[in-house]
Design a protein around this ligand. Sequence first.
Ligand SMILES: Cc1cc2nc3c(=O)[nH]c(=O)nc-3n(C[C@H](O)[C@H](O)[C@H](O)COP(=O)(O)O)c2cc1C
Length: 248
Amino acid sequence: MTIFYFTATGNSLDAAKQLGAKFPNAQLRSIPQERDTIGASEDAIGVVFPVFAANIPAIVTRFLRRVNLKANYKFAVAVHGGDPGPIGGVLARISDFDNVFDVETWSNYLPFNPDIPPVATDISGDIEQIAETIRARKTQKFKPDGGEPFDAAPWRLQALDYRWRKDCTACGTCMRVCPVANYTISEDERDENGVPLFKFSARCEGCMACLQNCPAAALHMPNEPTRYRYRNPNVTLSEIIAANEQKF
Ligand SMILES: Cc1cc2nc3c(=O)[nH]c(=O)nc-3n(C[C@H](O)[C@H](O)[C@H](O)COP(=O)(O)O)c2cc1C
């Protein structure tokens, strides 16, 4: 079995790891590292990703449109913070999954969850149920007309207003956890606080990996002064970097 995943703060990777552990020889592959058009052929193939605005992250949609996943059984796991929206129907427009599961976790959407301390969500029961369903090769088809996701444009544009505060140590973590290499840093040019100038291009996925994984909590949204940041306790920063860093 191959499980493709995308993660910004580790919840989807945690789910992919826990699910992979239930199957012998399951392989985990990070979607941002799959740059070429691939054809994967397996008995079972899974795709695990976070729900963004009741939708599939754009990077996952591009992946699904580009790849040729051939398997006797194809499943998706939508990892979300309480409202997966019409995700089964949305996926059905893009690819033909035999089953679409959802797993509720801690929501990493900072504007709605700014001040609450992070908790580890126990997803082991959900994962066991999903694994049993996969083993039994049960199918559940969704109709593509199950409602509309929210408009994703505003939160992706919001990212253009991210700001670095003076606590920034220029460690470069924000650049390394970004799945689309959206940042460049200019060490020579600094702002009035001495923070190196970061340049932010328009490729942003709005995943908030940069904001959430900053070790100094120095990267902020406008009007968001909290230092609270979230990463799934079962996943390390090195794992997020390995999953997302774009090396050229
Ligand atoms: C931009 C954005 C939009 C989100 N939209 C939703 C949503 O519509 N419904 C929901 O339940 N959770 C939503 N979330 C929360 C994530 O789906 C959830 O925290 C997920 O577990 C994050 O996975 P990750 O840690 O693998 O990145 C959103 C998160 C972000 C960053």
